[in-house]
Design a protein around this ligand. Structure first.
Ligand code: TYD
Length: 218
């Protein structure tokens, strides 16, 4: 009997929370153990998504309207779900995604004050209802996160980073609210700890979830 485990894990967090590093470490650890893993990111991950990403993160595009921005993030999301995430899950791969629908709720909803119910409907449409099994939230206070990002070896400063500190504080508060509302799906991790300690906590939780899902199939 071949056991197929479907596991869709998303990583969320404010700027400079170390998501990309942790996606890489988890992906390596799982591949080492023989799992088939697909790691991707939003916005991007597809040709269409990368074109939308360039449009969204261009520092010159200051006139973009809030609704246009939301729709573009969700257009990129619909593309990555249909073209990459859904097929990989159907093929039995573990999918890791650096940002997903909760970024829209945190940034466009809590950050920009767009209506959360309307965003929920839009996300449902864009994802065709695909919800992560586990969402890892890497917590960092905006002051530290923005500082870390500026000091990185290859600083990637984009239009959205340049927003006021208050915006980033609202984003973080939004994430914490989302996590508190659904503790079964969310794992909140304090990133003031060493990178490898953060990784160890993530890996322990993923192993636990994998064990449960394998058991369900036996
Ligand atoms: P990126 O360079 O990928 O930043 P990070 O390394 O922090 O993920 O830029 C993505 C930016 O887009 C980031 O500021 C968060 C923002 N974003 C939204 O506002 N809404 C969304 O739905 C998504 C996916 C991202």
């Amino acid at each position: 009997m071949r056991i197929i485990v479907t596991l869709f894990i998303t990583f969320e967090g404010p700027e400079g929370s170390g998501k990309t590093t942790q996606v890489g470490l988890l992906s390596e650890a799982l591949i080492d153990k023989g799992w088939s893993v697909l790691a991707t990111r939003e916005p991007g991950g597809t040709r269409i998504g990368n074109a939308i990403r360039n449009l969204l993160l261009d520092v010159d595009h200051t006139e973009i309207s809030a609704r246009a921005e939301t729709l573009l993030f969700n257009a990129a999301r619909a593309q990555i779900v249909d073209q990459v995430i859904r097929p990989a899950l159907d093929a039995g791969q573990i999918v890791l995604c650096d940002r997903y629908a909760d970024s829209t709720l945190a940034y466009q909803g809590y950050g920009h004050g767009q209506n959360l119910d309307e965003l929920g409907m839009l996300i449902h449409y864009a994802t065709a209802g695909l919800t992560p099994h586990l969402t890892i939230y890497l917590d960092v206070v905006p002051e530290d996160g923005l500082r870390r990002k500026r000091n990185a070896d290859t600083p990637e400063w984009n239009r959205l980073d340049a927003k006021q500190l208050a915006f980033h504080q609202a984003v973080r508060a939004g994430y914490l609210q989302l996590a508190a509302a659904d503790p079964k799906r969310w794992l909140v991790i304090d990133t003031t700890q060493d990178v490898m300690r953060v990784h160890a906590q993530i890996l322990a939780e993923v192993k636990r979830r994998l064990g449960k899902r394998v058991e369900e199939q036996l």
